[in-house]
Design a protein around this ligand. Sequence first.
Ligand SMILES: *Cc1c(COP(=O)(O)O)cnc(C)c1O
Length: 348
Amino acid sequence: MKKFDPYKLVREQVKSMSPYSSARDEFTGLTAEMVFIDANENPFQSGLNRYPDPQQQVLKEKLGSIRQIKKECILLGNGSDEVLDLIYRAFCEPKTDSVILMPPTYGMYKVLANLNGISCKEVMLNRDFQLNVPEIIRAVDESTKLIFICSPNNPTGNKFFKSDIETILNSFNGLVVIDEAYVDFSDEKSWMTRLLEYPNLIVSQTFSKAYGMASIRLGICYASPEIISILNKIKPPYNINILTQNAALQKLNDIGETSKQIVEINKNKLLLIKELSKIKFIKKTFPSQANFILVRVDDANRRYDQLLQTGFVVRNRTKEPLCENCLRFTIGTEQEVLLLINTLKKLA
Ligand SMILES: *Cc1c(COP(=O)(O)O)cnc(C)c1O
């Protein structure tokens, strides 16, 4: 196992601060019959009048039992966007530290870096959308705190070679964040099973994609108990509201439904890929491990406008590096896929 001390990476300001201690931080051991006059809540029961559990114990317990991980290794965020922001704020000193990103990738890593005053070093993916490992390692200097790896990657759809990610985890002495927003659609196992092996690994997942719950805003962070406790220190005390906690619990009680939907979406993806190959102005369909596919067309701006006029909102990625004239289609229902194909066939 790699030797790594996350406390050495924590910002001085975070090290020295004491976290807000909420009225419900000692929630465990309390029973419902007790009289709660500690948090200035309205006493009339509505199911919503009490502050939610700041540590989301019940939800973490459920998630932990499904994913075979201790709840000390889990942190929940208001979407993965909050999880990523907390990672920046705990470990990256504004105007001093830097992170490495590999475009084309998910846009929030850069937005959050800018928001937090952290500089980004960008190491472009190869032509085949794989990691340029030697360049990434060369880009590391003493200011580099984080490397973000999105696998399967958005917007390209591919997963990265396992051995490349292992090389980065082994040779980099900062934190490696693997964003697995699309892992449920992939044939790759989650990196969360390798947390013990790599104490500098953080895995981020979300309820927004495969779980079909984008609107509840729930992101999951898996990491060592040490990293989780650092993030816990700075997270907003009541960041996951009770409606979200309850909705997520309900969803986890029917994992079967989610699995069925994933199978269906992957089936629709194959159908879309097959049919797209028959359309002349589609120059290339990139292989996908996610619930979307990236396609290269003859003229992305023109096709984007045509699709909008025929009632399809797609993502135009033509301005992204390596994605010239590329559109990204999310895989919908079978009916939506067939409708898209029919429309594409009719476009002049
Ligand atoms: C959609 C997506 C997310 C999800 O973000 P949430 O804030 O959890 O909705 C995270 N990472 C990537 C790469 C995504 O594409």
